[in-house]
Design a protein around this ligand. Structure first.
Ligand SMILES: [Zn+2]
Length: 242
């Protein structure tokens, strides 16, 4: 099958033998954003490191991984080795793929509070992007898909026809505890707006489901009021749709 490569991430690869220095060995497998400023090999004289394109998993595999995340309790992953991309707003979680095939014991799925998903099939030595991340979910509930489609058609300009009074669409969302990226890859600040997924029922409080739309074009979904309540379906605080 034809390999597909990530549009966003590349990987530091070191030749690993007795001559490999600690610095290069440490960087081996590190995920680097394509437009992220980062040192490039050679790191030193006679360095044999290179930057490689990152493969992305097939759509079928992506769906398996996402099903696994949804079926697994969240465990925080401490990115001590620093191979996953760090950001001040990012929390990493991991899920085992043990509910699938026995040979997959070394497969771990790493996913972040702001919507990134990677998989390692060699015990954290190297990673592959689960491309598009959450937008592979065909089984987001119908209310989410319907509201998303209606806002999309409407260009995220505010309420669409049929929404009840008090249903918010487009109010500014502060990202006050920096749960989502605060700047884009060029360092420009990102501002966010929030959109209710469901109609506000007259006389009741708004429920916990929201879309958050970034000025950089990103779109997130939360069913836990930004993680302030627990997700009824076990989702991370945010899933990145776009
Ligand atoms: Zn090197």
């Amino acid at each position: 099958m034809k390999k597909v490569y990530s549009d966003y991430w590349e990987e530091w690869v070191a030749e690993k033998d007795f001559k490999t220095c600690v610095a290069c060995r440490t960087l081996d497998g590190k995920i680097i954003g394509i437009d992220m400023p980062f040192i490039k090999p050679p790191l030193h004289e006679n360095c044999r490191c290179r930057i490689e394109k990152m493969e992305v998993v097939s759509e079928k595999d992506a769906e398996d991984y996402i099903d696994t995340i949804l079926a697994t309790d969240r465990t925080v992953y401490n990115n001590f080795a620093g191979k996953l991309p760090d950001a001040p707003w990012r929390i990493w979680y991991e899920a085992d793929k043990t509910n699938l095939v026995e040979s997959d014991k070394t497969t771990k799925i790493l996913y972040s509070s702001d919507g990134l998903i990677f998989v390692t099939r060699d015990d954290y030595k190297s990673f592959v992007e689960v491309s598009g991340g959450w937008n592979h979910i065909d089984d987001l509930p119908a209310n989410v898909v319907n509201a998303y489609t209606a806002y999309e058609v409407h260009g995220w300009k505010g309420n669409f026809a049929g929404q009840t009074p008090g249903t918010n669409a487009g109010r500014s969302w502060g990202n006050t505890i920096n749960q989502l990226p605060t700047t884009d890859s060029s360092g420009n600040p990102i501002t966010y707006r929030e959109f209710d997924v469901n109609n506000r029922i007259p006389g009741a409080d708004r429920d916990a489901e929201r879309f958050v739309v970034g000025s950089d074009g990103s779109i997130y979904y939360t069913d836990s009021h930004y993680g302030q309540s627990s997700s009824p379906s076990g989702l991370p605080d945010f899933i990145k749709i776009k």
